[in-house]
Design a protein around this ligand. Structure first.
Ligand code: ADP
Length: 262
């Protein structure tokens, strides 16, 4: 009797744990999917009213009564800046929600292309921001940096790294972009973005790729950041099967090194 009771007891325990594990595993996965879909839908839906608000601000800015009113102009300028920030946040959230949803490698539109003109265009886009802070932008690259990858996404990655380098470097600093094609057994594109900026504390380096993580929240916000740039950069690198490394010294500067095999 004791043996059959023990067998019955173990049987019930095994069955219970089986059903409990099924009950918890499935809903967690479903909850994750629902949450991801919610973020994607919410950011998509919020962009429409945001663009209506933006065009209303633009229309107001052209009104004669407003152009003559310094206070109203100041307020509208502030509104415009905040709308731009929100729009960027929505776009970044949507990018990450889409990245979560699909197999990253399948998301890429790979092609053979020369990375050099893309890098030059990105530097041009940021030239004004750098000039405002008297930051010198240096560029080292081969005549042609022929590679295979997703040109748009790799350009977005470069923009994020250069934008950060300029943001976190005080006036009068130096930002150097170097591009290199390694022609070993497997070809690799190597990008280095080096700055003479504020640096990142050693204990924080492991967290800067986390979503919404910012070493100094106040400084990042003031610079227009919301802590998603490096998460997107990391996703782009991973999708290409590459690596991203950081070397940084507090108060001296930071270097991001990206390696993309092709
Ligand atoms: P953010 O929008 O805040 O710049 P990111 O995800 O791009 O978000 O970066 C995360 C954090 O990493 C930043 O808030 C900043 O603290 C730190 N960081 C990124 N790049 C640099 C850099 N070049 N120099 C110093 N700190 C940096």
């Amino acid at each position: 009797v004791l043996i059959s009771l023990a067998v019955l007891f173990i049987g019930i325990a095994v069955l219970l744990s089986y059903f409990l594990s099924r009950r918890t595993l499935v809903p967690i996965h479903e909850a994750y999917n629902r949450q991801r879909q919610f973020v994607a839908d919410a950011s998509h839906e919020l962009r429409t009213p945001l663009s209506v608000i933006f065009s209303s601000v633009e229309a107001l800015e052209m009104e004669e009564e407003i152009t003559n009113n310094e206070f109203a102009q100041k307020m509208l300028h502030r509104l415009r800046e905040e709308i731009k920030r929100m729009n960027k946040l929505m776009t970044d959230l949507l990018t990450l929600a889409r990245a979560d949803a699909r197999n990253a490698a399948l998301e890429l539109a790979k092609e053979a292309f020369d990375f050099r003109p893309h890098a030059e265009r990105t530097l041009q886009l940021l030239a004004d921001v750098a000039a405002k802070k008297s930051i010198e932008l240096q560029f080292q690259a081969p005549e042609a940096a022929q590679m295979i990858g997703d040109a748009d996404k790799l350009t977005q990655l470069l923009y994020i790294l250069l934008d950060n380098a300029i943001k976190y470097t005080p006036n009068g600093g130096l930002v150097t972009l170097s591009i290199h094609i390694e022609k070993a057994k497997q070809r690799r594109l190597i990008i280095s973005v080096k700055d003479t900026g504020i640096g990142i504390p050693k204990e924080e380096i492991g967290r800067i790729f986390d979503r919404f993580y910012r070493v100094d929240k106040a400084r990042s916000r003031q610079q227009g950041g919301h802590g998603l740039g490096l998460s997107i950069a990391k996703w782009i690198v991973n999708a290409h099967g590459g690596t991203i490394d950081v070397q940084s010294e507090l108060g001296k500067g930071t270097e991001f090194i990206v390696t993309i095999p092709f």
